[in-house]
Design a protein around this ligand. Structure first.
Ligand code: ZN
Length: 393
């Protein structure tokens, strides 16, 4: 199912075959939290911006419209008319970050809905059942994401429980995939490595979950307030203990620079709300660094956001026009900015794959990072302030 086509240092160029088609990795998954990419981006639009995988949110879809509704509509693929692979997160992160009050027990988590405050419970079995209803291509295990600042003792206790939860997820997923009316009987399960910034816990956990022979493995609990150096350090120490012949997914990361660094450390799946969220604020990614389209200097600029960019915004419209749309609060302005940013990320992944195939990854990475510094109005790593809160929106 997962075939490594080429290695360049630790960077992997691979092909992951799923029931909804082949995924070329490294890949950036485009975030469609409530089964839609914010900014008025349709499933049809994804064809024009090189999207390979869509990521939707279990917690949000469970609350609205309800996973039973999606199930009755034939699953997420049919519901949103999407034939691409879809990954659903487990809802765990949202239960821990969004829910107002929560009690963590061995069986799962008791909490209140962030929408109307009503009482809810989610444990490994519930998360698997919801994701089975959604019928995503890849389901994520239900885990606890301890704070980056949590004490060693708490993190160890939490990770041990996450491992027991993972075993329950696997058992439940196997059962659900065997039922007659399951939407996607080939639903895959990715486990999640946790351990905050403690090397010993991360490594031990990576070894334990590797034994479960899952379809893929994620490194979770990063981009939650630790420094970039700490994040890269965790990847360097942990990824070597995850199975090389399975996909490695770095959850919720990150800036273009973060992705370039993580690919070099063996990661091949990514997701992040930066391109869509920043796009909605007129913050655009280019090969020379960020630009803020609301800046007055673009008022009479008739060039595209980026010369040579093949996205639907740059092929037709000028900075001046899109800036005007943003300032007028026109939906089209947000849409064009989000399309450009997603295209930028998706297209960078194409370049990354190409560079690994040619065995030129480190030279490519350096060239790309150096290029980002040309526009110094917003430093290339500024994403971090936004990173701390990105999952909350
Ligand atoms: Zn563009």
């Amino acid at each position: 199912m997962y075939k490594i086509l080429k290695k360049d240092g630790n960077a992997k160029r691979a092909e992951f075959t799923t029931v909804h088609g082949k995924i070329q990795t490294p890949v950036f998954m485009n975030v469609a939290t409530v089964a839609a990419i914010k900014g008025g981006v349709s499933t049809e639009d994804l064809e024009g911006i090189d999207t390979q995988v869509v990521l939707s949110n279990t917690y949000h879809l469970h609350l609205r419209p309800g996973d039973d509704v999606v199930y009755k509509m034939g699953g997420l693929h049919k519901f949103m008319s999407c034939n691409k692979p879809i990954l659903t997160d487990s809802g765990g992160f949202q239960v821990f970050s969004l829910a107002k009050t929560r009690r963590i027990k061995e069986e799962g988590v008791y909490f209140h809905s962030h929408i109307d405050g009503h009482k809810l419970f989610m444990g490994p079995e519930e998360s698997m059942r919801i994701q089975s209803h959604l019928g995503s291509t890849i389901a994520m295990a239900f885990d606890e994401c301890p704070s980056a600042k949590a004490e060693h003792e708490y993190v160890q206790m939490s990770v041990d429980r996450t491992t027991r939860w993972l075993e329950r997820c696997k058992k439940e997923m196997d059962r659900l995939n065997g039922l007659e009316y399951t939407v996607n009987k080939n639903q895959m399960l990715f486990g999640i490595n946790q351990g905050a910034i403690f090397d010993d816990i991360r490594i031990e956990h990576a070894k334990r979950i590797s034994e479960l022979d899952l379809d893929g493995y994620a490194v979770g609990g990063l981009a939650v307030g630790e420094s970039h150096e700490e994040m890269y350090h965790v990847l360097e120490t942990t990824v070597p203990y995850l199975p090389e012949n399975k996909p490695t997914y770095l959850m919720g990361v990150g800036t273009p620079a973060n992705i370039l660094e993580a690919v070099e450390r063996g990661v091949d799946f990514f997701d992040c709300v930066y391109p869509s969220r920043n796009g909605r604020h007129g913050h655009l990614y280019t090969n020379k660094g960020h630009i803020n389209l609301l800046n007055a200097r673009y008022e009479l600029d008739d060039s595209p956001i980026e010369e040579g960019c093949g996205c639907p915004a740059c092929r037709r419209y000028s900075k001046a026009y899109i800036r005007h749309l943003l300032k007028s609060g026109e939906m089209l302005g947000l849409r064009l900015c989000v399309l450009h940013n997603l295209y930028f990320y998706n297209h960078m992944m194409i370049e990354i794959r190409d560079a690994i195939e040619k065995g030129e990854y480190s030279a490519y990475k350096k060239r790309k990072l150096d290029g980002f510094l040309e526009y110094d109005s917003i430093p290339v790593n500024d994403g971090y302030n936004i990173a701390r809160n990105w999952r909350k929106g």
